[in-house]
Design a protein around this ligand. Structure first.
Ligand code: ADP
Ligand code: MG
Length: 246
C-alpha cells in the first residue's frame, strides 16, 4: 500500500464541495442535494445522519461514482473523481472504495467465502493470494468458523459481517456504508459499528456511514446532520473514551 504518503495538511481522504444533485423524473425536478460540503478525515468514522429522503444515499452514490453530481466537486485523496471517464470511475469504485448496504447484498447461493472471493476475482487477483486474503478478512470480522455457510444459514449480523469482509477484501482506503445497521436489532447494530471502529485501527481504513439511529451516531468521530439536501449541523466526539470491544 502506498501509505505514509500524506503530505502536511493532506489528512482528508474525501472533500465534498458545493455538491448539487438534481433528478428530473417525468418533468418533475427533485433537488436531492442542494449544495453540500463536508470532509472525511483519514482513519476517522464520519457519519451522515438524517431522515429518510434527506439525501444520504444520493451522497454516497456520488462518492462511489455510481452517479454523477449535477455540479460541485468531490476529491478523493486529492484527486477530482467527478471528471473521471466512466471506465476510470468503475476501476476507482472497484479498487479504492468498499461498499456496504443496508440489506447486505450477498449472493444467496454463494458461501461467505465465495461472496468475498468474487470481488477479488473481479479485481484479477490470483487464486493463492485470494484464498489467503479471503481467510484473513473473514477472520477480521470474526467469521472464520462460518466461512462455508451460505447467507440463509447466517444471522443478519453475521451476513453484514460477510458484507464488511467483502468490502475490505481489495484493501480500499475508504468504506462507504449506507444504513448498515438498518436491518439489525440495536445490540447487533452497535456490534457492527464497533467492528467498523476496530477495522479502522487494524486495517487503517476510513469509514463513512449513514444512519438515522442516534445510538449509532454517538459512536462516530464526526456526524453531519443532513436535512432536506442541506448540511444543517456538525457534531464531533470531544474526547472519545475507548469502547469496550464487541
Ligand atoms: P435518503 O437516503 O436520505 O433516504 P435519498 O438520497 O435516497 O435519501 O433521496 C433523496 C431525495 O432524492 C428523495 O426525495 C428521493 O425521492 C429523491 N431521489 C433519489 N433517487 C432518485 C432518482 N433516481 N430519481 C428521482 N429522485 C430520486
Ligand atoms: Mg437512503
Amino acid at each position: 500500500m502506498a501509505d505514509g504518503s500524506e503530505s502536511a495538511g493532506q489528512n482528508s481522504v474525501l472533500e465534498v464541495r458545493d455538491v448539487v444533485k438534481t433528478y428530473v423524473r417525468g418533468g418533475l425536478v427533485v433537488e436531492a442535494l442542494k449544495g453540500v460540503s463536508w470532509t472525511a478525515e483519514r482513519q476517522r468514522m464520519t457519519l451522515l445522519r438524517g431522515r429518510s429522503g434527506s439525501g444520504k444515499t444520493t451522497m454516497l452514490n456520488l462518492i462511489a461514482g455510481l452517479d454523477r453530481p449535477t455540479s460541485g466537486s468531490i476529491r478523493f485523496e486529492g484527486r477530482e473523481t467527478t471528471s473521471l471517464a466512466d471506465a476510470e470511475l468503475t476501476r476507482f469504485r472497484r479498487q479504492e472504495i468498499g461498499l456496504v448496504f443496508q440489506t447486505f447484498a450477498l449472493l444467496p447461493t454463494y458461501s461467505a467465502f465465495e461472496n468475498v472471493d468474487l470481488v477479488l476475482r473481479i479485481a484479477g487477483v490470483d487464486a493463492v493470494s485470494r484464498e489467503a486474503r479471503v481467510r484473513e478478512v473473514l477472520g477480521l470480522v470474526g467469521l472464520e468458523k462460518r466461512m462455508h455457510h451460505r447467507p440463509f444459514e447466517l444471522s443478519g449480523g453475521e451476513q453484514q459481517r460477510v458484507a464488511i469482509a467483502r468490502a475490505l477484501a481489495t484493501r480500499p482506503h475508504l468504506i462507504l456504508a449506507d444504513e448498515p445497521t438498518g436491518e439489525l436489532d440495536s445490540a447487533t447494530g452497535l456490534g457492527i459499528v464497533r467492528l467498523f471502529r476496530q477495522l479502522m485501527e487494524d486495517e487503517g481504513v476510513t469509514i463513512c456511514l449513514t444512519t438515522h439511529d442516534s445510538a449509532v451516531a454517538a459512536l462516530a468521530d464526526v456526524a453531519y446532520e443532513i436535512v432536506d439536501g442541506h448540511i444543517a449541523g456538525q457534531t464531533s466526539a470531544a474526547a472519545r473514551v475507548s469502547l469496550p470491544s464487541a
